[in-house]
Design a protein around this ligand. Structure first.
Ligand SMILES: *Cc1c(COP(=O)(O)O)cnc(C)c1O
Length: 371
C-alpha cells in the first residue's frame, strides 16, 4: 500500500503558465507584477483594502506586531493552543504574551476567558482560527472595542472561511495569512498582511522591505526585515485564487466523509461540523482520544505510520514550550483543555489532493487500530 501523506497540495495547471511567464520575462524578484496583483486580488477575496505579501505567515505576524507598535511593557492576549509563530512574534518584539485556554469543542481560544486576562498593559488580542472553525469574533470585537485594544487576526488556516457572512481575515486591525504548502492557497512558502488602514498598510510595506526610505533609500528610521515575496511565489498563488470556493467545498466534503466513517468509534472526539456562526472547513481533520482511552496520540500515530498513514500531532501549548519557560515566561500557568488536546489530539491526512479512496483507507485503518 502506498503511503498516504498528511498533506499533498493540489495545484492548478495555470500555475505553470504564470511561472513560465516569470521565467520568460526575467521578473522573478518581489518587483514583479504578480506580487502586486496577488496582493490586490487576495485582499479583495477577504473584503480588505490593502494586502502586503510577505515570505511566510510567521513573518506576517512579526510585521503585524511591529506595525502596531507593540513592544516592551505591552501585553498581548493569545490562545495557548496555537503555533509558536504567534507567541514568538510577541516575545521578539519585547512584549509579553498572555495565554488563554482552548474551548474543548471548537479548539479555538475560549473567548469567555479574555476579559479577565486584560490588564492596563494589554495592547492587543491576537486571535487564531484553529483547524477550520473561526473564533467567536463578535465576542472578541466587543471586548476589543470596550477596552480599546487592537485585534491581530491570524487567519492562516481560514482561507475561504466566514464568520457569519463575513470573511475570516476581515476582522483584524491587521489580519495575516500563510500560503505554506498545507494551506488552502499555497505559494510553497508565503504569507500576507491585510488591513483597511492606509497608515498601517504603509508601515507593513516598509517593515517587510528593510524600511528603505523613498527619498533617501539607504537611510533607515526604523529596523525592518527583508520579508518580501517573490514574483514566482505570487504567480503560483494567483493561479489558485478563483479556486478558493471549490477548495473550501472539497475540504468540507473530505470532512463530511471522515465524520461519516469515524463517528461509530467510541472514545474519539471528532471536529464539530458547525457552530452557530460557521460551518467547519476542516483545514485539517483533527481527532482527540477521550480520557478513558489509555493510548496517547503519539502511540496511535506511530501505529498509523507503520500502516503507511501520515499524521501530525496537535499544537503543543505555548505555556509549556521550553523555549519560553527557559526565560521564566508562563510560570504557574495551567490550561487544562489545551494540555489535554496536546496529549490526545492529532490530525489525519487532509490535503486538497486527498482522494475519496484515501479517506476510506485512513478511516478503516484508524477504526482497526482503535478497535
Ligand atoms: C501555518 C501557520 C502559521 C505560519 O505560517 P508559515 O507560513 O508556515 O510561517 C501561522 N499561524 C497559523 C495559525 C498557521 O497555521
Amino acid at each position: 500500500m502506498n503511503f498516504i501523506p498528511v498533506n499533498e497540495p493540489f495545484l492548478p495547471a495555470k500555475a505553470k503558465i504564470y511561472l513560465n511567464q516569470c521565467i520568460d520575462t526575467g521578473w522573478i524578484s518581489s518587483e514583479g507584477q504578480f506580487v502586486r496583483d496577488f496582493e490586490e486580488k487576495f485582499a479583495y477575496t477577504v473584503s480588505r483594502q490593502y494586502g502586503i505579501a510577505v515570505c511566510n505567515g510567521s513573518a506576517a505576524l512579526e510585521v503585524a506586531v511591529a506595525a502596531l507598535d507593540i513592544g516592551a511593557g505591552d501585553e498581548v492576549i493569545l490562545p495557548t493552543f496555537t503555533i509558536i509563530s504567534c507567541a514568538a512574534a510577541i516575545v521578539r518584539a519585547g512584549a509579553t504574551p498572555v495565554v488563554i485556554d482552548a474551548d474543548s469543542e471548537t479548539w479555538n481560544m475560549d473567548v469567555s476567558q479574555i476579559e479577565s486576562a486584560i490588564t492596563p498593559r494589554t495592547k492587543a488580542i491576537m486571535v487564531v482560527h484553529i483547524y477550520g472553525l473561526p473564533v467567536d469574533m463578535d465576542a472578541v470585537v466587543a471586548i476589543a472595542n470596550k477596552y480599546q485594544l487592537a485585534i491581530i487576526e491570524d487567519a492562516a488556516e481560514a482561507h475561504g472561511q466566514n464568520y457569519h457572512q463575513r470573511p475570516c481575515g476581515s476582522f483584524g486591525d491587521i489580519s495575516t495569512f500563510s500560503f505554506y504548502a498545507n494551506k488552502h492557497v499555497t505559494t510553497g512558502e508565503g504569507g500576507m498582511l491585510l488591513t483597511d488602514d492606509s497608515r498601517l498598510a504603509e508601515q507593513c510595506r516598509s517593515l517587510r522591505n528593510l524600511c528603505f526610505q523613498k527619498t533617501q533609500r539607504f537611510i533607515h528610521e526604523k529596523l525592518g526585515w527583508n520579508f518580501r515575496m517573490s514574483n514566482l511565489q505570487a504567480a503560483v498563488g494567483i493561479a489558485q485564487l478563483e479556486s478558493i470556493p471549490a477548495i473550501t467545498e472539497r475540504k468540507r466534503e473530505i470532512g463530511r466523509q471522515y465524520t461519516q466513517q469515524l463517528e461509530s468509534i467510541s472514545g474519539l472526539q471528532l471536529p464539530l461540523p458547525k457552530t452557530d456562526y460557521a460551518k467547519n472547513i476542516y483545514w485539517v481533520y483533527g481527532v482527540v482520544l477521550s480520557n478513558d482511552r489509555s493510548e496517547t496520540a503519539q502511540e496511535v500515530m506511530s501505529v498509523l505510520a507503520e500502516r503507511n498513514i501520515g499524521t501530525r500531532p496537535f499544537f503543543w501549548p505555548m505555556h509549556q514550550q521550553p523555549a519560553f519557560s527557559a526565560s521564566g515566561l508562563f510560570e504557574n500557568i495551567h490550561c487544562p483543555v489545551a494540555e489535554r488536546l496536546a496529549c490526545k489530539g492529532f490530525y489525519l491526512p487532509s490535503g486538497t489532493a486527498l482522494i475519496d479512496e484515501d479517506v476510506e483507507i485512513v478511516s478503516r485503518t484508524l477504526k482497526e487500530v482503535l478497535a
